[in-house]
Write a protein that binds this ligand. Sequence first.
Ligand SMILES: Nc1nc2c(ncn2[C@@H]2O[C@H](COP(=O)(O)OP(=O)(O)OP(=O)(O)O)[C@@H](O)[C@H]2O)c(=O)[nH]1
Ligand SMILES: [Mg+2]
Length: 682
Amino acid sequence: MKSYPTDHVRNILIVGHGGAGKTSLVEAVLHATGATNRIGRVEDGTTVTDFEPEETRKQISVSVAVAPVEHDGFKVNLLDAPGYADFVGDVRAALPAADAVLFVVSAVEGVETQTEVVWTMAEELGLPRAFFINKLDRDRASFARALDGIQAAFGKACPPLYLPIGEEHDFRGLVGLLSGRAFTYDNGARTEGDIPADLQEAASGLREQLIEAIIQESEDEDLMDRYLGGDEIAPTDLIPDLEQAVTAGHLFPVLAGAATRNIGVVELLEICTQAFPSPTQRPPVEGRRADPGGPLAAYVFKTISDPYVGRMNLFRVLSGTFLPDSTVFNPAKGKDERVGHLLTVRGKAQEPADEVVAGDIGAVAKLADTATGDTLCAKDAPVTLPAPSMPDPLLPIAIAPKSRGDEEKLSSGLGRTEAEDLTLRVERNPETKQTILWGMGENHIEVTLERLKRKYGVEVVQVPLLLPYKETFKTSAKALGRHVKQSGGHGQYGICNIEVEPLPRGGGFEFVDKIYGGAIPNQFIPSVEKGVRKAMEDGLVAGNPVVDVRVTLYDGKYHTVDSSDMAFQIAGGLAMKEAAAQAEMVLLEPVLELEVLIPDDYVGDILGDLSSRRGRVVGTDPVGTGRTLVRATAPEAEVIRYAIDLRSMTRGRGSFARRFSHYEELPPHMTAKLIAEAKARK
Ligand SMILES: Nc1nc2c(ncn2[C@@H]2O[C@H](COP(=O)(O)OP(=O)(O)OP(=O)(O)O)[C@@H](O)[C@H]2O)c(=O)[nH]1
Ligand SMILES: [Mg+2]
């Protein structure tokens, strides 16, 4: 594909709730512009933008994919984003690469949670937005209902540009409210005609509203005067004002169609080139304008790693011109990167690019250190573009390689996967010795594990997640540790008397030496302490470390020849075990602080649910816009899968944050259960 000048490039991120028809719409646009010669279907796994094996198997998009098309002298880069909440990290990362966002809304389901979630993100970035009401051919489709939903959620500045002709199985075309013409589709042929009689009244009413909205939101006073003076305004006069109102983020036009019937596609392309801004019309970022002659700054919105091809970074050039065979600087990593070929990618297909100018999107392979969210720039004019803020992954699972000996492969595969996916976190828990993968939800985790297998050949099994429980003494106990072996050769001799007392929570460990009169020689006292500590680390009842105790060494015996460091260490350990056997022992569990943000309607449900999880509510604060922040504490064991449960309780509209707070005693029946489980594991 040839290089287009900056003002003939458009970058449009296509978003919406899962299954609204984004990938199908991109597929239809690719076909309509001649980029493909047959239309793929999501169900058949043959679309351009759902090319990953995980996508074709699940028939959903899990990654953002690029699809450039050429239309009317423009290069339009469509970015097909995943809709499912689990993959919202890709949407976040891609938003700064776009100049406009198209929200695909199903005419059957209407506005759904992810539509609203992504709307808020796009609004924060001040991005121009528009809607596409899709699936108008489906049973129970309703344009009017979907439009009402859009206007209820996002305000009145969302006027339709088109009206559907027919609905459900009878949906066959669109009335252009600006052009005043009807376009009907029959077997792929598009015919222009007059507005059908039954739609004329509705169309003229909406046309008036649309013109008023455009003139008002573009703040064009000349046109306003003409309009109020009763002039008939030609559609071509309105296009610049429409573009201005959309670019300013004041007007969010609503398109309509059916992706899988190729209806509304030409109209969408028109909007892409005529109403969405060019990169040059967007405000500068960190002082950088879309000027091909300026110093290079490119934002990496997606890293795809592949063991055979290596790593590929998709980027958007903010300023300057990206050239092949160059050296660029990555300020976040403090590294120079050697650039070989540059590429234009479409789905999984790639072709070499001679240059990528400011405003355009391209790809570069085999950079050593660069990953999603990084900036690449000229070294003599360094700049770091704001990295996307990512949601915290809140669903932990414990994993292990299926076959022994794959540990190395697993950890290198995980490392690379983590670098390309900012919503994934890998943690090695030093206490439980487990590898923990934190993801956004079950689908995200499932896809991640599939990729590990496909790309790095390592099969992973999920194992029960162990929590870092602790053990402690609830009562004091005195105990004797005796390690004496004197038959034959060099003997071993160490005897110690200790007292173990509980300390308050958080008290840690204290060791008190109260040996009088040399009952144990000074050099062996640290040996006893070492043995005590070792026994505490290993656990005394269920294999968890012991905390919050004071151990007092108050007596003992030694032998001038047979006593040794090792003998006293063993005696110290034995004494601890004996003390645990005599005292009442308890387990301590980690308790988390939770902050749950939910729409007000859900407060009752959420409080009830928290109390059933042994949670304690600390406060509920209304935070405006119909939402409440619930602050609570709850044992970690009860909220491991809270990411999933909260999503289903609030239909995806709640979010939460979690933080370790403190340790608390476990109820006795649960202590007994964990001790039994630990014994069974041995
Ligand atoms: N009848 C009808 N079906 C459609 C239309 N658009 C999409 N579909 C179907 O809806 C399903 C979901 O379509 P996709 O294109 O995968 O939707 P998506 O928004 O990309 O989904 P995610 O990427 O997973 O969020 C598929 O089975 C499509 O065939 C349409 O206009 N009419
Ligand atoms: Mg999709």
